[in-house]
Design a protein around this ligand. Structure first.
Ligand SMILES: C[S@@+](CC[C@H](N)C(=O)[O-])C[C@H]1O[C@@H](n2cnc3c(N)ncnc32)[C@H](O)[C@@H]1O
Length: 324
């Protein structure tokens, strides 16, 4: 099916990414999260907020993987097309009932009873809203921290947590992407490095937004703030053809990655444009032939709340100071 708009392509990317993320997520960090949640003596549903929830794949995962027996889940997403897709996917599930104003409830086959509320909102507005402070048992962000201002959002997320609450930050890109088989290695390394440069210098609405090494920067910020870092694990993406082809939407996923790099670097005067076009064509041909391998390093992080410890200093970019 041809996808006409960027928005449709992005939505399909998020949908096919689900399977890749499922196998990439650190199971040891996930198990620690579940264990912590189960240890807590809770007489009420778990209050969960997810930032940048896209089309709801992490929500679906928390149901399928039985995060907790009972939860009230709030999904924050700025892109209304993503939320519309999320809603239409949910409506097809037999165990979900729809209430007014983007609210859903039900009980998944895994046994998880839930209420879900979706909100088209900006993360920065949410973390600045006093009504949201001190209200959540779990704050999650999946494949989001490399798109936002890390010190500001970490400070804000901590403010949202109740004492004893948890921060689960997953699929934090950490500065390494590799395409195989090797081809024009030096040029390709330069492309990846220019792409990282664009992530590190991205400014959205006057705010530095993003980092090509978000995983290690998060660790440094959390440690410097003396926050309880409960677990860290790898969630690397590894996509490779098996028996001459890809499974599920992997080919589309790879095309999306190659095209994203190409489109970004088409705006970069330091990049040889005809050579970039040749690179993208070559990598797309390899995808069509079932030959391209792609690996990227990501980290998952589970952290406790400040609750009386030294608080994060808003705006101080510790990762940057540490030369990361
Ligand atoms: C890479 S996507 C990941 C989506 C989803 N977590 C997943 O993995 O399928 C990042 C998402 O964060 C959202 N996002 C980025 N910055 C945001 C902001 N400031 N406020 C709300 N959502 C934001 C984007 O619209 C996008 O849907």
């Amino acid at each position: 099916m041809p996808l006409h708009s960027d928005s449709q392509r992005f939505i399909r990317y998020l949908a096919v990414k689900r399977d890749i993320d499922d196998r990439s997520l650190s199971q040891s960090v996930w198990r620690k999260l579940r264990r912590r949640l189960r240890q807590a003596d809770r007489w009420r549903p778990l209050d969960v907020i997810e930032m940048g929830g896209g089309i709801g794949t992490m929500f679906a995962r928390t149901l399928d993987w039985a995060l907790t027996p009972h939860m009230q889940y709030t999904l924050i997403e700025a892109n209304s097309d993503c939320l519309a897709e999320c809603e239409s996917r949910l409506k097809h599930l037999p165990y979900i009932s729809m209430g007014p104003e983007n609210r859903f409830h039900g009980q998944a086959p895994s046994g998880v009873a839930f209420a879900l509320e979706m909100s088209c909102a900006d993360i920065y507005a949410v973390i600045d809203d006093p009504n949201m402070f001190n209200r959540w048992d779990l704050v999650m962000a999946h494949a989001v921290m490399d798109l936002v201002n890390i010190p500001e959002t970490l400070y804000g997320f901590q403010r949202l947590l109740r004492p004893g609450g948890l921060l689960y930050l997953t699929l934090n890109y950490d500065g390494l992407s590799c395409f195989l088989p090797q081809w024009e290695t030096e040029f390709e390394e330069m492309l990846v490095s220019r792409y990282h440069h664009s992530m590190d210098h991205r400014v959205i609405e006057g705010r530095r937004s993003g980092s090509s090494r978000s995983g290690r920067q998060l660790i440094m910020h959390l440690l410097s703030a003396k926050l309880p870092l409960i677990a860290v694990g790898n969630s690397d993406w590894i996509v490779l053809p098996q028996q001459g082809g890809y499974t599920g939407g992997e080919a589309f996923f790879l095309e999306f990655i190659v095209q994203t790099i190409q489109r970004q670097l088409q705006q970069d005067s330091a990049v040889d444009q005809p050579k970039l076009a040749r690179w993208a064509k070559r990598r797309m041909c390899q995808i069509a032939a079932g030959e391209l391998i792609f690996m990227a390093r990501n980290l998952d992080i589970l952290c406790g709340s400040t609750s009386g410890r030294q608080t994060l200093d808003q705006g101080e970019d510790l990762g940057k100071d540490a030369g990361l």
